[in-house]
Design a binder for this molecule. Structure first.
Ligand SMILES: Cc1cc2nc3c(=O)[nH]c(=O)nc-3n(C[C@H](O)[C@H](O)[C@H](O)COP(=O)(O)OP(=O)(O)OC[C@H]3O[C@@H](n4cnc5c(N)ncnc54)[C@H](O)[C@@H]3O)c2cc1C
Length: 655
């Protein structure tokens, strides 16, 4: 690591300078994905490394979890056959995912998982060392595993221990505010990043390679179950011109608001009462689900089903359990009311014998046919009750406020099967910011994908990008120009008419209204127009308040514009209702006989499952969209002698 100062004139044109650090490979972000990437770079013998992060305790991985947080991997138990090609087919079957990415995520799954095991993550095993598993959503086998509610937290802790053991330099309390790029004959490449340090001043880090592990876009939504304070930073890469893919494909589901936590699994299988109230949380309480069902048995069975059909699913809307999410959305977003889960009393007309046989037998076998929801929950999962109690919410005493929240982005930046950006060389998006997934993904594959990405990127860097090739002069000029421009923006922002809070609230409300799980042909055009107005206002005038937050709002605004443009493009192309969102259309299919006419959905056009939607922001702000045909699952020639020769010669890194 080499330190120097780059001369840059200050705001008044006087000579000045900013600190600059040169490192071979820079890792941005310390979630499970970034930490692993740094460790893998060191394992491959790369020494000149730096990890910068808002904090080792920040981000989604270390701050979140769920009822039973799932890690998805190749099956390593029992007599059930499994193989990389079979796992790849499961990934591919979700639609919209490139086959080579599916095969890479499948092929490295066991390696990534065993790496965590060897670091001490206590994944459960039987007396003979087999890693026991269970079935998760969209999973034909028992490939899922878990160490409880905090799988990703324990992964982070094990990886942080390893990071320290390997003495990889880390800088905390640092916000990356811009990616730096230079143009070369072969096309643009990343050359480092600008960051705001703990003192609030700008610094440059110039790097041969950048691993971008900033997590999912939690800051884009008002209804969000990403940890408080986790905003993500995909907007920085979009601003730098990196192409994204499948941006409209995210996962949404029911979650409590305080604390932010998915109310999946036993929280719904206990069949609580769902009550909506006026904005004060007390007046006019109503069991609103009742208004849409003739029989309480049917309604309660759908609530039960939400337990293991947690994400909102376009295929489960008409007559299925995702109707519950729609009814909650209508109360909270359309009627501006509040919705609560009440475990103290049964839903009106609750009668266990009227449940579907599936729900009844589940409760019976769990010895949970008990008089109240709280007793049923305590019986099936005492930890679930304890979780809230430890956060000062006693479910036996008071209701729990919920909403339909954004939880995960299946899409993100577009990268190849070595996790290098498809159009910004030397940039490696890993973890949730990498949009490798398609429309549907087995629960738990996000964590696998994040680990695989770090191994792939490190292996490629070690074999192809180990030497310094960065044109140093150009890199310094790019940093200088970026510092000058950002300082100008920040100076102007001091007197901006609106604060970062007000700008952020505006874009989050727009995303939750028009760009989340309910999308309407009639509304999206208006939302995109509003997004452009806000984008132009922020570009010209900035927003006032703390510079770190103002700059974060700037990149969130860019991101929300790109996401909304991508959603509009998909809607206009006719991709229809798919994955975890539906498209409302006046000439569509009626969702439910008790819902008004606005609730008609456009059915999915399955032809789009074989395409991947790509989105690129051009320097003038234009957002370009296209459908790329998806790449099939590769079927390489595995004749050992020739494949070994290709490996020995390094040819595999050129493929
Ligand atoms: C409630 C919930 C439950 C989930 N359950 C599951 C599950 O069961 N199974 C599963 O596979 N997945 C699950 N997920 C998804 C999974 O947890 C995430 O996809 C994954 O943890 C993301 O890891 P990451 O390393 O990519 O990002 P993160 O863990 O979010 O880390 C991002 C890092 O980047 C840093 N950062 C961001 N911006 C900047 C910046 N500008 N400058 C500097 N640093 C920055 C952050 O501080 C943080 O250190 C769940 C997600 C949620 C919200």
């Amino acid at each position: 690591m080499k330190r120097e100062r780059i001369s840059v004139k200050d705001e008044r044109g006087r000579p000045g300078s900013v600190p600059a650090t040169w490192v071979h490979s820079l890792v941005i972000g310390s979630g499970a994905a970034g930490l692993n990437a740094a460790v893998q770079l060191a394992r491959h013998g790369l020494e000149d490394l730096l990890l910068v992060t808002e904090g080792l305790e920040q981000g989604t991985s270390i701050n979140t979890g769920s009822d039973k947080q799932t890690y998805y991997k190749l099956s390593l138990c029992g007599a059930e056959a499994d193989a990389p090609a079979l796992l790849a087919e499961t990934y591919f079957a979700g639609g919209g995912m490139h086959g080579d990415l599916a095969l890479a995520e499948a092929s490295l799954s066991a390696r990534a998982f065993l790496h965590l095991v060897n670091l001490g993550v206590p994944f459960p095993r039987d007396p003979y060392g087999q890693f026991i598993g269970y079935k998760t959503d969209h999973d034909p086998r028992q490939r899922a595993t878990s160490i409880g509610p905090y799988t990703s937290r324990e992964m982070c802790r094990a990886l942080i221990r390893e990071l320290r053991r390997l003495r990889i330099p880390v800088r905390e309390q640092v916000s990356v505010v811009q990616l730096l790029t230079v143009d070369e004959a072969a096309g643009p490449r990343v050359s480092g990043a600008l960051l705001l340090n703990a003192r609030g001043t700008l610094e440059a880090v110039l790097a041969e390679n950048v691993i971008f592990a900033v997590g999912g876009p939690g800051g884009l939504y008002r209804g969000s179950v990403y940890p408080e304070g986790h905003t993500g930073a995909i907007g920085l890469a979009l601003l730098a011109g990196a192409t994204a893919q499948n941006l409209p494909e995210s996962q949404y589901g029911l979650a409590s608001i305080k604390p932010r936590w998915n109310v999946s699994g036993t929280y719904m299988q206990a069949i609580p009462r769902l009550v909506s109230t006026g904005p004060d949380g007390r007046s006019d309480p109503r069991e609103f689900l009742m208004e849409s069902f003739d029989a309480p048995g049917r309604m309660n069975s759908l609530v039960f089903l939400k337990g293991y059909q947690w994400p909102f699913d376009a295929r489960k809307v008409a007559g299925g359990s995702s109707l519950v999410d729609i009814l909650v959305y209508i109360e909270t977003v359309r009627k501006h009311r509040r919705v609560f889960l009440d475990y103290r009393r049964n839903p009106e007309g609750f009668c266990p014998e009227e449940l579907t046989p599936e729900a009844f037998q589940y409760l019976e076998r769990s010895r949970a046919l008990l008089p109240t929801p709280i007793e049923r929950l305590r019986q099936m999962n005492p930890g679930a009750v304890e979780f809230y109690r430890s956060r000062r919410v006693d479910l036996a005493r008071r209701p729990l406020e919920i909403a339909v929240c954004a939880q995960h982005n299946n899409g993100g930046l577009a990268a190849n099967h070595w996790w290098e950006s498809i159009n910004l060389r030397h940039l490696f998006p890993v973890g949730e910011v990498n949009g490798s997934h398609g429309l549907y993904r087995p629960g738990g594959s996000a964590l696998n994908s994040g680990q695989v990405g770090g191994i792939r990127a490190a292996e490629f860097i070690a074999n192809r990008y180990a030497a310094w090739t960065l044109p140093k002069r150009a890199a310094v000029s790019a940093a200088r120009a970026a510092v000058t421009a950002l300082r100008g923006w920040l100076t102007q922002a001091e007197s901006a008419p609106r604060s970062w809070q007000s700008e952020r609230t505006e874009l989050q409300a727009r995303m939750s209204r028009a760009g989340a799980h309910i999308r309407a042909e009639a509304e999206i055009g208006q939302a995109v127009q509003e997004a452009w107005t806000q984008y132009r206002r922020l570009a010209a005038a900035g927003c006032s308040g703390e510079p770190r937050e103002a700059l974060c709002t700037r990149q969130l605004c860019v991101a929300h514009l790109a996401y909304l443009e991508a959603i509009r493009f998909a809607l206009e192309a006719g991709a229809g209702s798919r994955g975890s969102s539906i498209t409302l259309s006046p000439d569509g299919l009626r969702i439910h006989e008790r819902l008004e006419e606005a609730w008609w959905l456009r059915e999915e056009d399955p032809a789009f499952r074989d395409r991947v939607q790509e989105t690129t922001m051009r320097p003038d702000g234009r957002v370009e969209q296209r459908w790329a045909p998806r790449r099939p699952i590769p079927r390489p020639d595995h004749w050992f002698e020739t494949a070994w020769a290709r490996f020995r010669s390094g040819e595999i890194y050129g493929e």
